[in-house]
Design a protein around this ligand. Sequence first.
Ligand SMILES: [Zn+2]
Length: 283
Amino acid sequence: MKNISKTKKILIGIALILLLLITGGSMYLYPAYMFFFQTETQLLDKDLTLVLGGGGNSGILVTDKAVVVIDTKMGGDAEGLFKLAHEKAAGKTILVINTHYHGDHVNGNHFYKGSRIYIGNYDRGFLKKEVDPDDMPTDFVKDSLFLDLGNETIMLYDLGQAHTFHDVVVYLKNRKVLFSGDLIFHHINPFLKNESGANVDKWMASLNVILNKFKLEKVVPGHGTTGGKEMVQSMVNYFGDMKVAAKDPARASELKAKYKDWVELPMMTSSQATIDYIRKAGH
Ligand SMILES: [Zn+2]
């Protein structure tokens, strides 16, 4: 009997610790992920709607000749975006652009059956392994592609390797609006994965291309709220600081403190995770 009660005590102890870990953990995780998944719809002008969050940020642009959807989200939010795009299209052709292949940007592609779906010039074998067949893009942008749609010209640029192996940015020429995809995480520590091709030096080079190439009225980042040119510069500064911190551990805490208000995605992104990534990758 004595032994059983001892076992029971241990089991109850373990159960309590687990409960604490789960509730404590979810209280820690919940706010960050809520921020990631909640959606907000903004009308930039009568023909350009942004649907922020719910995976990656998305845009729906109505032009004379077609309706363009930039990034198709994931889960229920992908369906909501499609319904809105379908409503706005009112019979017009829908074109889809994926800024890159990550699920939170492409997992709604299957709703747009029959549409042309543009993405960067990835290795096809790589893409087949990473993207569900139903969500597979149809057209691959080599360097650049301009779509003249009457009252707006959409300029797609494959900037090559940065956040992934082939990130595309989308520039609305008349509006001077840039959809940067995940080249910009606005006040959020960026997601870096070696298997995706994340390369900090090349990422910084792409950000500098953006700064030099485009007149920017507005930038729509891959994640986070919209802003202007300063967002591009702050991303360059962030990586610059993290590179210094990676080389000089004595300066790490001072440099990390500059970004203490940037959102962390627990167990995925943080300034420390970026420093570790740079150290490991050597860039
Ligand atoms: Zn991404």
